[in-house]
Design a protein around this ligand. Structure first.
Ligand SMILES: [Zn+2]
Length: 410
């Protein structure tokens, strides 16, 4: 099959053609043959986009499959133009050792979904590394689930076992969270100081144990100089940002939407939002990762035990067109934060699949965005089982035109 159109790489946009054989890209050039599929000038062809931070909430225990499972998460991902995802481990049956990780991997296999799913393994106070290479996730303080630490010393001891590993950090300092427990709002119970303190600690751990570190869902502008400085010193650290921290801030929280607008870390101030947008544009932040959390509206409406997080997979591609059309992101920068960087993150664990670039030898998964066909976000058009989006009623300037997964249009 030959696909033609405007091809986007981290270097720029070029008209060109892609020849696909089986599941792989075998040739890319200005003209490689007669095109089978041709996309017009309003469309941009990206290497398949990847969301490296989602919560599909499916596990062998089945406890939370009423919220989402790998099938509905995969459908939501494709709806949003996402061809691969990485799923977090804070499940009731958390993947923390060889046995529990393989059980979750077996479940993924049985679900037979087109979207490729990378699984994180959890690190808890008593865990040890797996016998094979996986990406790990650490919850520094209490969030959703039981997999967390109550002190930073306890975390230091645990990480000593994981020297050189790929570790992602949820940066909220458990001691400071505890100190703010009595505050009246979710935002004030988890203030910016928690993230700053946890960032310092995570960077120290990355340095001490030679980790390949990633900071998840970064939300505080004040923390970015710490990360820049750590990179200058040669630390291997990358950083995610979510659509909600780029699109919303705490001034938009009302009594009516408070539950739906609750997530960890919480929404921050207007200036944080502006700084994060600039940082994703200029290279301080590396990935657009959604932290997709498919809690039901019924759960989100219960102020006594409202779970944190928002669903974002269905709207990934339309949101990306907002970044380009409304916020001045170049196509090449989008290729970096949505395709290339996520691909580099998962490829070592992807069993031979290679995501992130339109180059010979890479997996033939593509995301085609149309910048001239707006998308109105409505509940009827969502595939997530939880059935809602914080963007409902909004119109994004572009849409997902087509998605190719391992050589086939889906
Ligand atoms: Zn998360």
């Amino acid at each position: 099959m030959i696909i033609a159109g405007r091809l986007v790489s981290t270097k720029g946009v070029e008209p060109g053609q892609i020849r696909i054989e089986g599941e792989q890209i075998v040739e890319v050039g200005p003209r490689v043959g007669r095109a089978d599929v041709e996309f017009g000038d309003d469309c941009l062809i990206f290497a398949g986009m990847g969301d490296i931070h989602i919560h599909a909430r499916d596990d062998p225990s089945g406890t939370e499959a009423y919220k989402e499972d790998f099938c509905t998460a995969s459908a939501a991902a494709l709806n949003g133009g996402v061809v691969h995802v990485a799923d977090m481990p804070n499940n009731p049956a958390a993947p923390i050792d060889d046995l529990s990780y393989c059980a979750k991997q077996e479940l993924v296999k049985n679900r037979k979904v087109p979207v490729h799913i990378t699984l994180y393994a959890g690190i808890g106070p008593q865990t040890r590394p797996l016998s094979f290479a996986v990406p790990y996730k650490v919850y520094m303080g209490p969030s959703v689930g039981d997999l967390y630490f109550t002190s930073l010393e306890q975390l230091d001891q645990a990480l000593a076992q994981y020297r050189g590993a790929n570790v992602s950090f949820h940066c909220e300092d458990p001691v400071l969270l505890e100190a703010h427990r009595g505050e009246p709002t979710h935002e004030r119970r988890r203030p910016p100081a928690c993230e700053i303190s946890a960032t310092r600690f995570a960077l120290a751990m990355i340095e001490k144990y030679g980790l390949r570190g990633k900071l998840c869902h970064y939300s505080v502008g004040e923390g970015l100089p710490l990360i820049r400085e750590a990179r200058r010193r040669g630390l291997a650290v990358t950083c995610e940002v979510t659509p909600h921290h780029l699109f919303f801030d705490e001034t938009q929280i009302t009594d009516e939407n408070r539950g739906r607008m609750q997530m960890n870390p919480p929404l921050r101030g207007l200036s944080d939002r502006a700084v994060l947008l600039a940082a994703l544009r200029n290279g301080d932040l590396d990935y657009l990762a959604t932290d997709h959390a498919p809690h039901t509206l019924e759960e989100k409406r219960n102020p006594a035990k409202c779970p944190s997080g928002q669903p974002h997979l269905d709207t990934y591609g339309p949101f990306v067109t907002w970044l380009m059309v409304e916020r001045g992101f170049t196509p090449q920068r989008i290729a970096a934060v949505c395709s290339d960087n996520p691909g580099q993150f998962v490829n070592p664990f992807a069993g031979g699949l290679r995501f992130g670039r339109i180059e010979p030898g890479y997996t033939a998964s593509l995301t085609v965005l149309n910048l001239a066909r707006p998308t109105k976000i409505t509940r009827e058009n969502l595939k997530t089982k939880c059935g809602w989006s914080p963007f409902e009623g909004l119109t994004f300037p572009g849409s997902v035109e087509a998605v190719f997964v391992r050589g086939k249009q889906v």
